[in-house]
Design a protein around this ligand. Structure first.
Ligand code: PGA
Length: 263
């Protein structure tokens, strides 16, 4: 399975700042290409690279994505494509703009904006219907971990989020899971390789129950939560960790590239 390194910029970077970021990113990637003598049409990294930018940065992102072979997407979508839904983002419209992926159910959406498993399930289905690959985020809070509820919570989020695509899109279209323990997001506290690999194995087993063994092993499971160049290599070497979802460290092109290079 091809690994994925996804950047979650959150609410950072104006279009001008995004442009400066991608200029720097392209130069850094070009330097690797030259050092490894990789032909220009061959990707210099062994993983797919994705940027989740604020919606207003997507036009700049798409311009660079086309030149540099990475994928872009919004950090949230709505489950309806048009109508009286002030402030929402249409899956079909961002697809038409050139987005290929959509981040869905991030813990900040769940906790700060009240997203429920039901709404998330509709978003997963709407994104697949619009031909955007969803990356569905799941993860427990510190209180849930400390009261031994991690497996129940993550299992519920997984079954809830995938509910409307099981037996249908889930067998034939691409989607990805990101395990992000809430206590590790933006806190500098990273899950230990053992904690992460334990939960990834648990998620794989749950996927086997939902989708069958063969299909479950085709679904990438990314780890997110304080991934940095210093801890990425060890996490990347764990079974069932098929890539990363990176917040803070993705804001520096050099750090994000260093993380992607561990995959
Ligand atoms: P972080 O964020 O890398 O800053 O912890 C990860 C995320 O929220 O996706």
């Amino acid at each position: 399975m091809r690994k994925i390194c996804a950047a979650n910029w959150k609410l950072n970077f104006s279009p001008d700042e995004a442009r400066r970021y991608f200029v720097e990113w392209s130069e850094l990637v070009g330097t690797i290409q030259q050092a490894r003598q990789t032909p220009e049409q061959t990707a210099p990294l062994n993983c797919d690279v994705v940027f989740f930018t604020p919606a207003y940065d997507l036009p700049v992102a798409v311009e660079f994505a086309v030149k540099n072979g990475f994928q872009i997407g919004p950090q949230n979508i709505y489950f309806v494509n048009s109508g009286a839904f002030t402030g929402e983002i249409s899956p079909q419209a961002v697809r038409a703009l050139g987005a290929e992926v959509a981040l869905i159910g991030h813990s900040e959406r769940r906790t700060l904006f009240g997203e429920t498993d039901e709404a998330i399930a509709k978003k997963v289905k709407a994104s697949m219907s619009a031909d955007l690959m969803p990356i569905l985020c799941v993860g427990e809070s510190l209180a849930e971990r400390e009261s031994n509820q991690t497996k129940d919570i993550v299992g519920r989020q997984l079954r809830g989020g995938l509910e409307l695509i099981i037996g249908d899109f889930a067998q034939s279209r691409r989607f990805t899971i990101a395990y992000e323990p809430v206590w590790a997001i933006g806190t500098g506290k990273v899950a230990t390789p053992a904690q992460a690999s334990d939960m990834h194995a648990e998620i794989r087993t749950e996927l086997e129950t939902l989708l069958g063994k063969k299909r479950a092993h085709e679904i990438p499971i990314l780890y997110g939560g304080s991934v940095k160049p210093e801890n990425a290599r060890e996490l990347a070497s764990q079974a069932n960790i098929d890539g990363f979802l990176v917040g803070g460290a993705s804001l520096k092109p050099k750090d994000f590239l260093a993380i992607a290079a561990t995959l």
